[in-house]
Write a protein of this length. Structure first.
Length: 740
C-alpha cells in the first residue's frame, strides 16, 4: 500500500508538472491580432478639394489599375467587336450600350443568342442580374453586384468566358483568331510593345478603356465648383434632401462618385436574394440606366425613392438589413426634387467615340434612342455662370423676421453672417467655403433660436470647408441639429441643441473638427457625433438625456476631454462599425471627463446600432484600437464605468468587414464610484455582472491599470504584465469562455 501511495503521488506530481509546462507553453503562442489597414486604406476624413469655392468638390480616388491612351484605344475597338464572342455575334457593347449609360435598359441581362442591342435585345439566355452601368467604374474596388472581384481585368474574364454570355471556351483560340485579323497586331504592339495577342492582354485593354469612362462635368459638378445657378431650385432642394440626416442617402452614395465600395442588404423585392447584400452602385448618369437594382425591380427613379421611403425590405418584414434603411416621410414634391437632383448627375461629355467599324469587319451595335436623355435634359434647366469675384470678407446681418438662408445665398467665401436675436423657422444650407454663421445673443446672453416646430428635418446642413457656427439655440427638428459632411475645417461652438431628432451636432467624413462649449439634449442616437473623421477634438460640452452622449465612430486621432456626460443611456461611445467608408477606429484619447448617472432608458429607433446600447454605461470601447482613457470620473453608472468589447457583441460575423478586435487599450488614473450596481439585462443575460470595468477578454495590448476598481473578470492585465503572461492569461480565459 505504501508503494502504491508513493507511486500515486509521483504520478500526480508528473501530471501537475506536465499541466504546468502545458500552461507555460501557452506563453509562446501570441494573441491573434487583426490584419491592419494601410493608412491610405483608412477611408476616414474629408476628400474635399482645397482651395475651393464650395466644399462639395471632392477628389476622385485613384483609378483601380493601369491605363494608357494606346491601351484605351485598343480596348475601345475590342469593346465593340463581336469577334470576342464564341459565335462572333455579341460584343461587350451589346450589354453595356453607350446610349444607356453603358447598361442595357433591361431588367435582367440577356446572354448568348440574344438578338439586337440594348432594349431591343430579345431571345437568348436570361441572366440572373441586371447589367450595371460602367461610368466611373475605374474608381471602384468592388466589382459585380456581389463584389467578388477587385480588378477590371479579372472582372472581364467572366463575361468573356461564361457559357451564357460571350461563351469563349478556348482562350488561346480567341487569341489566335484576333491575331489573324490584320488590324489587331499593330494595335497590340502600340499598346504593349509587341504584336503578340494574348487573352490576358485583351482583358487589360478592355479594363484600360473602361477606366476612361469618366463622368465629372455634370450640372452638380458645376454647382460644386461655385456656379450656384447650375442647379435648378428643385435640384437644390433635392440635393439638400439627399444629404439630410432624415434620408441619409449620402451615407452610401458618397461624392464624388455617389457610390461606395460596400455591400448593403436593403431587401429589394427578390424571392431568392431576400436580404442578401449587394454592391452600392454609383449614381453618375443614373438617369440613363433604368431599370434599377440588381434585378431591375424598379422601372423609374421615383419608384426607387418611394421604396426607400417605405423602409425598403423592412416593409416586407425582412431581417438583417442595413441599419441606414429605416424609412422616412416624403411629399410628392420632395420625391420629384430627389429625382431632379439625380438627373443633375448626368454627364456624357467624356464619352469615347463609338467606332464606325472594328478590325474584324463584324457589325458594330446600332446607336439607340434613349428617352431618358430628353427627360434628364428637361430637368437640367440651370444656367452656367462663373462664381462672382471675391471682393474680400464682408459681414452680412440678418434681422429678426428675415431669412437666414437668403443671407447665406448672398455670401461669398470669407464672409460672416450675423443673426439677430429672435426665432427663425427654417433649414439653413451652407455650401460655400470659409463661411462663419454666428448668432448675436441678447443683453441677457440668450441665443437666437432656430425652431423646426417638429416639422423640419435639419436645422443646419453644411458642406463648405472652414465652416464655423456658434451662439445659436436649435430646437424641435426631426433629424439633426447641425449636419456637416465632407468638410475640412469645422468649428461648432456655443450651441444649444435640444430635441433635434437623431443627432444634435453631427460632423461626418470631415477633417480638423472642433466641437466645444455646447449643450446637447434629447437626441435619439448621439448628442455629439463625429463619424468617419480625422483630427477631432470634442471638449467642454454638456450632453444629457440622449441615447449616446458623445460618439466617435470610425474616427482617427480623436480627443474627448473636459466634457460632462450625464443621464444618457451611454455616456461616451468609441466604436468601429462595419460597412462604412472608414474602416478603422484609431488613436482616441478620452480624459478629464465627468461621466455620471448614465442610466436613461434607451429610446433609439428600433433596428439602429444605437438601440443596442445597454442602459447604465459610462463609456464603451467597441472594436476600437489605440484608445487611452485617463483622468475621468465614472460614478453612478449602473451597468459599468468602462466596457471594452469585440464588435461581435453587436454584429454577426458575416456582417463584419473591419478589424473588429479592441487592441492596445489602456485605462489608468480614473476615479470610479458606485458603478455596476444594477447591470442592464443586455449584460446580465450574457452572464456578466456589473462592475467598474467590463472586458470580454478580446484583443491584444489591453492594460487596465486601475487597482482600486472592481473589474470583470476579477483578474485583468496591467501594463506591468510581460507579453508572455498576457498570452497565457488570454488563452486560458478564452478557452474557458469557449467551454461555457
Amino acid at each position: 500500500m505504501k508503494t502504491f501511495g508513493k507511486r500515486a503521488l509521483k504520478f500526480a506530481g508528473y501530471l501537475f508538472l506536465i499541466l504546468g509546462l502545458g500552461v507555460l507553453s501557452l506563453g509562446f503562442f501570441s494573441v491573434p491580432e487583426d490584419e491592419p489597414f494601410e493608412p491610405e486604406e483608412y477611408g476616414a476624413g474629408s476628400s474635399s478639394v482645397q482651395p475651393s469655392w464650395t466644399g462639395l468638390q471632392r477628389a476622385f480616388p485613384a483609378v483601380n489599375g493601369e491605363t494608357t491612351p494606346a491601351m484605351a484605344e485598343l480596348g475601345n475597338l475590342l469593346f465593340y467587336d463581336p469577334a470576342l464572342s464564341q459565335q462572333n455575334d455579341l460584343s461587350c457593347a451589346h450589354c453595356h450600350h453607350p446610349d444607356f449609360g453603358f447598361s442595357d435598359g433591361l431588367p435582367l441581362a440577356v446572354g448568348a443568342g440574344g438578338q439586337g442591342a440594348g432594349p431591343n435585345r430579345t431571345g437568348g439566355v436570361g441572366l440572373g442580374r441586371s447589367t450595371p452601368g460602367l461610368w466611373n467604374t475605374g474608381f471602384s474596388r468592388l466589382l459585380f453586384w456581389d463584389g467578388r472581384v477587385d480588378s477590371l481585368e479579372e472582372q472581364a474574364i467572366t463575361p468573356l468566358t461564361h457559357p451564357d454570355e460571350m461563351a469563349v471556351q478556348d482562350q488561346e483560340a480567341l487569341s489566335e483568331e484576333l491575331a489573324a485579323i490584320p488590324g489587331y497586331p499593330p494595335l497590340f504592339e502600340a499598346a504593349f510593345g509587341s504584336p503578340e495577342v494574348t487573352f490576358r492582354r485583351v482583358t487589360i485593354a478592355l479594363a484600360a478603356f473602361e477606366r476612361g469612362l469618366v463622368s465629372q462635368d455634370s450640372p452638380f459638378d458645376r454647382y460644386a465648383a461655385g456656379d450656384f445657378n447650375a442647379l435648378s431650385p428643385a435640384q437644390r432642394r433635392g440635393l439638400n434632401l439627399f444629404r439630410s440626416a432624415a434620408l441619409r442617402c449620402f451615407e452610401c452614395h458618397q461624392a464624388p462618385t455617389f457610390g461606395s465600395d460596400t455591400l448593403r442588404a436593403i431587401g429589394v423585392p427578390d424571392a431568392e436574394a431576400g436580404s442578401e447584400p449587394f454592391k452600392v452602385p454609383n449614381l453618375r448618369n443614373v438617369a440613363l440606366t433604368a431599370p434599377y437594382m440588381h434585378n431591375g425591380a424598379f422601372a423609374t427613379l421615383e419608384e426607387v425613392v418611394r421604396f426607400y421611403a417605405d423602409g425598403a425590405g423592412n416593409a416586407d418584414g425582412l431581417s438583417g438589413l442595413d441599419p441606414f434603411v429605416m424609412g422616412f416621410e416624403l411629399t410628392d414634391q420632395e420625391v420629384a426634387d430627389l429625382v431632379a437632383f439625380m438627373a443633375a448627375l448626368t454627364d456624357e461629355s467624356g464619352m469615347p467615340a463609338v467606332p464606325v467599324e472594328v478590325p474584324s469587319g463584324l457589325p458594330v451595335v446600332d446607336r439607340l434612342d434613349n428617352p431618358a436623355r430628353e427627360l434628364a435634359a428637361g430637368l437640367n434647366t440651370g444656367s452656367s455662370d462663373k462664381p462672382p469675384e471675391d471682393g474680400g470678407p464682408r459681414t452680412i446681418r440678418v434681422q429678426a423676421g428675415e431669412s437666414i438662408q437668403a443671407a447665406v445665398d448672398r455670401a461669398r467665401p470669407g464672409d460672416i453672417v450675423e443673426i439677430a436675436f429672435g426665432t427663425y423657422h427654417e433649414t439653413v444650407v451652407v455650401d460655400i467655403s470659409n463661411l462663419t454663421l454666428l448668432g448675436m445673443p441678447d443683453e441677457r446672453g440668450g441665443y437666437p433660436v432656430l425652431d423646426g416646430r417638429g416639422i423640419l428635418a435639419d436645422a443646419v446642413i453644411a458642406s463648405g470647408n472652414k465652416f464655423e457656427v456658434g451662439y445659436l439655440k436649435i430646437i424641435n427638428y426631426t433629424s439633426n441639429g447641425v449636419l456637416v459632411e465632407g468638410v475640412t475645417g469645422v468649428h461648432l461652438h456655443h450651441l444649444w441643441a435640444e430635441n433635434t431628432g437623431v443627432y444634435g451636432l453631427y460632423p461626418v467624413q470631415s477633417t480638423d473638427v472642433l466641437i466645444e462649449e455646447s449643450v446637447v439634449i434629447g437626441a435619439n442616437d448621439a448628442g455629439i457625433y463625429a463619424g468617419q473623421s480625422t483630427e477631432v477634438v470634442i471638449r467642454r460640452n454638456e450632453v444629457y438625456r440622449n441615447v449616446l452622449g458623445i460618439e466617435a465612430e470610425n474616427t482617427v486621432a480623436t480627443e474627448i476631454y473636459d466634457n460632462h456626460a450625464h443621464d444618457n443611456t451611454m455616456g461616451i461611445l468609441v466604436v468601429l462599425l462595419p460597412n462604412l467608408t472608414s474602416k478603422v477606429s484609431l488613436d482616441t484619447r478620452v480624459y478629464d471627463n465627468l461621466i455620471e448617472n448614465n442610466n436613461h432608458e434607451n429610446f433609439a429607433q428600433e433596428g439602429t446600432a444605437a438601440a443596442l446600447a445597454p442602459s447604465g454605461s459610462g463609456i464603451a470601447l467597441i472594436g476600437a484600437d489605440g484608445v487611452v482613457v485617463f483622468g475621468n470620473t465614472f460614478r453612478g453608472n449602473k451597468t459599468a464605468g468602462v466596457g471594452i468589447f469585440h464588435l461581435n457583441i453587436a454584429f454577426p460575423p458575416e456582417r463584419i468587414n473591419v478589424p473588429a478586435t479592441p487592441e492596445n487599450i489602456r485605462v489608468h488614473g480614473n476615479i470610479f464610484e458606485n458603478n455596476g450596481y444594477d447591470a442592464d439585462a443586455f449584460v446580465r443575460d450574457m452572464g456578466i455582472p456589473g462592475a467598474d470595468i467590463l472586458w470580454d477578454v478580446s484583443g491584444n495590448g489591453v492594460a487596465l491599470d486601475e487597482a482600486e476598481a472592481e473589474a470583470f473578470p476579477p483578474l485583468v492585465p496591467t501594463s506591468r504584465w510581460p507579453q508572455f503572461a498576457y498570452n497565457i492569461y488570454w488563452r486560458l480565459l478564452n478557452f474557458l469562455i469557449g467551454l461555457l
